[in-house]
Design a protein around this ligand. Structure first.
Ligand code: AP5
Ligand code: MG
Length: 223
């Protein structure tokens, strides 16, 4: 696989499916921008912006942040110069209005949506992954006390900063997020399948094996 990934890629998957883990592995080896809407919202929260305060209520109970906020945020982000060559959208679109808005904004800018990757993982595995997830408070590296433990408990191997657990990884919020995924986001698979850009990946395997089939898929032309 060469570093010739171009255009737009979308990662869709339930909470804990490994979207962030896989996107980080791709950007380590390829010249691609990773745009995670969840990470952007968490940055707003940390910075204490008005948007961050508004989003917190929705996020902590496992609901989606309203479409108009998300659509404006992503439209602005993908227009910036660092997104000109290739980007991965991780966690957007999550609703039909978001998918339609993305299509409209891409056709306006002449950017191609090359692939939509759906990561498939059974629900019991998702719940286990989320309750074992820890994230670096400084560099954002994703750890897991079961499948990817840091050398020293609670500390990031890379930058030695403290690891934290996400507020929405509490069991009640996890169950709400899974239900929101099933009712609001999963229907998008049919939307993108009809467009001929959907690729489904069996993601209940090691991160390395998932990455291998992901790169195989990204290297191929759309269907
Ligand atoms: P977001 O941050 O996008 O959360 P999510 O979609 O619920 O997904 P996660 O980040 O929890 O999971 P992931 O698939 O990235 O898995 P990860 O790689 O971390 O969104 C958060 C909230 O923001 C939403 O609930 C909503 O409120 C709001 N929001 C965001 N975008 C929005 C939008 N477009 N519209 C409206 N609202 C929006 O992996 C999970 C764990 O599993 C880790 O510990 C990892 O180490 C481990 N793991 C990963 N891969 C494997 C593997 N292959 N085997 C074993 N363990 C693995
Ligand atoms: Mg994520």
């Amino acid at each position: 696989m060469s570093s010739d990934l171009t255009g737009g890629m979308v990662f869709i998957g339930a909470p804990g499916a490994g979207k962030g883990t896989q996107a980080k592995l791709v950007v380590e080896a390829h010249d691609v921008l990773h745009i995670s809407t969840g990470d952007m919202l968490r940055e707003h929260r940390t910075a204490g912006t008005e948007l961050g305060r508004e989003a917190q209520v929705f996020m902590d109970r496992g609901d989606l942040v309203p479409d108009d906020v998300m659509i404006a945020m992503v439209a602005e982000r993908i227009q910036r110069s660092d997104a000109a060559k290739a980007w991965i959208l991780d966690g957007f679109p999550r609703t039909l209005p978001q998918a339609e808005a993305l299509d409209a904004s891409l056709s306006e800018s002449g950017t191609e949506l090359r692939h939509v990757i759906s990561f498939q993982v059974p629900q019991d595995e998702l719940v286990q992954r989320l309750t074992a997830r820890w994230t670096c408070s400084k560099c954002g590296e994703i750890w897991n006390v079961v499948s990817k433990p840091p050398s020293q408990a609670g500390v990031c191997d890379g930058c030695q900063a403290e690891l934290t657990q996400r507020a929405d990884d509490r069991p009640e919020a996890v169950m709400a997020r899974l239900e929101v995924y099933r009712t609001q986001t999963e229907p998008l698979l049919g939307y993108f399948r009809a467009r001929g850009v959907l690729r489904e990946i069996e993601a209940n395997r090691s991160p390395e094996l998932v990455q291998k089939s992901l790169l195989d898929q990204l290297g191929e032309p759309a269907l």
